[in-house]
Every structure is written in C-alpha cells, then in structure tokens.
Design a protein around this ligand. Structure first.
Ligand SMILES: Nc1nc2c(ncn2[C@@H]2O[C@H](COP(=O)(O)OP(=O)(O)OP(=O)(O)O)[C@@H](O)[C@H]2O)c(=O)[nH]1
Ligand SMILES: [Mg+2]
Length: 295
C-alpha cells in the first residue's frame, strides 16, 4: 500500500452555499441534511470516499456566522475552526455571483492556511446562464485571494464535481487509510435518526421555530426486521410546542412520516418511529443542556 493516498478535506463557507449538498454528492449518499434555509448544519460530519488507491475524508461544517450571540451558534463556529486544525486541503465554497462580505469573514479564518492547500469551489453554476459573468467574478476573487485551484461546480447536478475530486486526490499525501475501507462516515445511526428528523422540522416549520429546537434519540433498538426509534424534539416554550405538534397532531405526524421514509432508505430496513415534544427553557444558551444534547 505504499502509494495509497489518504487525507482530510474540510468543506467550509458561509451558510447556505451548498456545502452539505456537495458532501452528499461526493460520497454518493445523503448523509448530511440539506434544506433551503441557512444554518441547517450544526455539527461537523465526515463523509468518507474510498477507492482502490485513495481514501478522502471530507468534513462538512456548519456555515460560518459573524459575531454569534447565542451559545449554540458559538458552538457551530467552533466546529468550523476546530475542523481546520489538521486538514490536508480546504475547499472554500461560495455561491456563484453571490460573493460578498460574509464570504470575506470566512476567508479571514483561512489566513494561516498554506495557500497550496486552498481550493475554491464556485457552486450553483447551474443557475448562471451567462458564463462570462462567472469568469469575471472568478477573476476578481482570485486577484484578492490566492487559491491553488478554482473549480466551478454544481453540487446539485454534479457538474465539475468529478474534476474537483480528481484534483483533491492529486494533492493528497501518501498515507495509510484512517478508516476501514468500507466506512462512509464517522457518525452513528442515532446521529442520522436525529438529523433526518431535524431536517423535516426545518423544512416544514417557518420563521424562528427551526432554529429554536433540537432532537435527541431516547431509544434505538434493532430487531430482526425492524428498527424502533424513540425521538424527543426539544423546544423552549409552550407556543413552539403547539406549533411543532400542529392541530390534532397533524404537523408532527407528517414530520415523522417523512423522516421515517428517509431513514428506511438509509438503513435499508423498516423503521418504527415515535416522537415526543418537550420543553427545556433557554436550552440554546445553556452550556450544560447543550452538552446533554450532544453539542
Ligand atoms: N441550484 C442549485 N442549488 C443548490 C446547489 N447546491 C446546493 N443548492 C441548494 O442550496 C440550498 C442550501 O444547500 P445546503 O447544502 O444545505 O447548504 P449548506 O452550505 O450546507 O448550508 P448550511 O448547513 O446552512 O451552512 C439547498 O436548497 C440546496 O438544494 C447547486 O449546485 N445548485
Ligand atoms: Mg450544511
């Protein structure tokens, strides 16, 4: 295995640019949740891409926020900075023709990173009919920051993603693999159960509610032909609890149904999912409760 290549590749960028969509595309499986709302990802998550000659550990991170005021958001930023410590390559993702101040804030995090490790992925090019505009934006950015590679991509459609992967492998060090060659992630089944439920909650609920809730798994029991999952959705107040449950329990039922369908695909097994909604005051600002919830 002397020529085997392996390493860690961190995907970072401001919220909503398509980092998790890119991770899923790179590992050909939905492991990181995606919604059209910013601040969807709260934890870093590894997606592992294996081949006969390489193992790439892609790290999806929460979108970086400026001056976060609540403890949960500070935790999310810390997840990003910690992820940068020992990586071989950083893929900085931006949304094509949408480069702004917020992207600069993320770039500032990269000031100590060796420039030969820095890739720019310009995402969502499927939305840009005029490629000339795209080229002039890339030109502008590359005058301000030096990137080793600049790759226009569409994480959703797949354009440019193979090339991105090739360039990543080219730049990886020779190393033994870090994980068994059939692993695709570092996260366990409980993590996915909680995350897939949270994805449905974010998509279904409006305004602030998705940002004020967290999901824990109280039971995860695998039997011969069924997985029993008990999940708890934690909110801060009575009003939020009523919104999550909905009239006659309709909203919660629908969320449970959609999460169950996704989990059955992921686990390739029938799932019996039960959900409860409980209140924990001010959990977003309590270090103790955040810890209890796994942050
Ligand atoms: N048109 C288009 N939309 C995309 C593309 N990639 C991602 N999106 C959409 O952009 C939205 C955000 O995608 P995510 O993958 O959740 O973005 P993220 O950067 O992980 O967001 P946070 O976790 O909130 O930081 C979703 O609605 C995606 O479907 C793309 O290549 N083209
Ligand atoms: Mg994400």
């Amino acid at each position: 295995m002397s020529e085997f290549k392996a390493g860690h590749v961190c995907i970072i960028g401001k919220p909503n640019v398509g980092k998790s969509t890119l991770l899923n595309r790179l590992v050909n499986q939905k492991i990181s949740i995606v919604t059209r709302k910013p601040q969807t990802t709260r934890w870093r998550i590894n997606g592992i891409k294996n081949s006969n000659s390489s193992q790439i550990i892609f790290i999806d991170t929460p979108g970086f926020q400026i001056n976060p005021k609540i403890t949960l958001n500070r935790h999310m930023n810390k997840e990003v900075s910690n992820s940068l410590l020992f990586v071989d390559i950083v893929i900085f993702v931006i949304e094509a023709l949408n480069w702004n101040e917020l992207d600069y804030n993320v770039v500032k995090l990269l000031k100590n990173i060796d420039k030969t490790k820095l890739f720019l992925a310009v995402n969502k090019i499927d939305k840009i009919p005029d490629k000339k505009e795209l080229l002039s934006e890339i030109d502008l950015i590359s005058k301000k920051i030096k990137f080793h590679e600049i790759i226009p991509i569409s994480a959703i459609k797949g354009a440019g993603v193979d090339r991105l992967e090739e360039l990543v492998i080219k730049n990886l060090p020779i190393s033994e693999p870090f994980y068994p060659l059939d692993d695709i992630t570092d996260r366990d089944e409980r993590f996915f159960a909680a995350e897939f439920i949270r994805e449905k909650l974010i998509t279904r609920l409006s305004d602030e509610v998705p940002y004020r809730l967290s999901v824990t798994i109280d039971k995860f029991k695998v039997t011969k032909d069924l997985i029993h999952i008990d999940a708890c959705i934690w909110v801060e107040k009575d009003g939020q609890k009523s919104i999550v449950i909905g009239k006659n329990g309709k909203v919660l039922k629908e969320i449970g149904r959609l999460a169950r369908i996704d989990l059955e695909i992921l686990f390739n097994k029938k799932v019996n999912l039960k959900t409860w909604v409980k209140i924990k005051n001010n959990w977003l600002n309590s270090k103790t409760i955040l810890k209890e919830f796994g942050y």
